[in-house]
Design a protein around this ligand. Sequence first.
Ligand SMILES: [Zn+2]
Length: 455
Amino acid sequence: MTTPYEYAQTHKARFEDELAALVRIPSVSTDPDRVADVMAAAQWLADHMRHVGIENVEVMPTGGHPVVYGDWLHAGADAPTLLIYGHYDVQPAAMSDGWTSDPFIPVVRDGKMYARGSSDDKGQMFAHLKAFESVMQTEGKLPINIKYLIEGEEEIGSEHLYAFVAAHKEKFKADLCALSDGGFRTKDEPAITYSTRGMSYMQFDVQGPARDLHSGAYGGVVHNPALALAQIISKLHNADSSVAVPGFYDDVIQMTTEERADLAKLDMDEAGLRAEIGIPQSWGEEGYTLYERVGARPTLEVNGFVSGFYGEGSKTVLPAKAMAKISCRLVANQTPQRIYELVKAYVASITPPGVTCEVRLLNIGDPAYIDRSRDEVKAAERAYEKGWGKPPIFMRTGGTLPILATFRRELGIDSLMLDYGLITDGAHGPDEHYDLEMFHKGIATTIAYLHEFGK
Ligand SMILES: [Zn+2]
């Protein structure tokens, strides 16, 4: 009997042709002229899902671009259910951005398919459908239940997805979400990303006198709001560069020794960082590696800071107000609302008496984290060993992926990032490409995961 892996090998060329057909559809979600193309991609995907045997396939309206849903639920009530998330929309792309060939006419050069969306995320997402096909065509059934949620607005912030998921909780109910929409550092270093950071974005408004004043007439008797805000900001960090807000670190899950040893292997190199971004020296929380500071520790950053006169020449003004944009990147189990309240209380305690400082919350995003000791993560380790021939490394990313927090909040499930791309694929940039070896290994890894997940 043919195994799913053999089937995938035999049909490699066809799988690539099908992926090429999907990336030809310019489903640029941000472009109002491409609405019909985004819909065409959704329809193509729905047809293809039906074709490979996925059931209950629907193109579901969301208020924006549709979600494509499908499932296969015949493994029985005792078998676990896996939710696969991906997206079929893409970033804009034009020859004038510096592409070597038309971004919507896929060309394979040197084993890589060059086209917008080839990696992010059509190629990585399509690997999941081809794995499903390979298992169904050879074994006739799956050992687990599976659901697919493929959206069309990821590149524009998944605007309608949050309410959509909340409105369809039962439909998307599952034990875990898996997604493939990121990259390894090198081809031979498969990686599982198990945490993303959250966000608490605030604005500080300092008010001094009721109006701008003459610095000759009032300078020396008024606490200048620009100075007061600088003084407030200067107290947000301790001498060791940790965040000074009391309680800030209370809910942070401490890293284990094993975890830190693994993350140490990924550490950035100080000299390389200096050269890359042109700084004389790195900065950050003492006692943590550069990698940990970005991926595993929360931070507080000043994103903007304005006051007074900043035009050409000079103006002897004593400004009435000053404003700063301040954001915190958060890690599990910090919550954005609690961090905002802690910052607000601390700022109230350090605001000089000559001014007032209002702290407002503008934006939030929860961090996401999955415990590495869970069975589903162990299953993913075994799947990568099968698909790649070597065990994965474990990564934490410094960015924020609000959709994962939505799955946690609305569906009560964690998410696992099984990346099948490379960070060098050029996602969002010119000459985006997908290494077809990654595509085929991604299919093999998914086949293995479908078998390992329930064990
Ligand atoms: Zn993506």
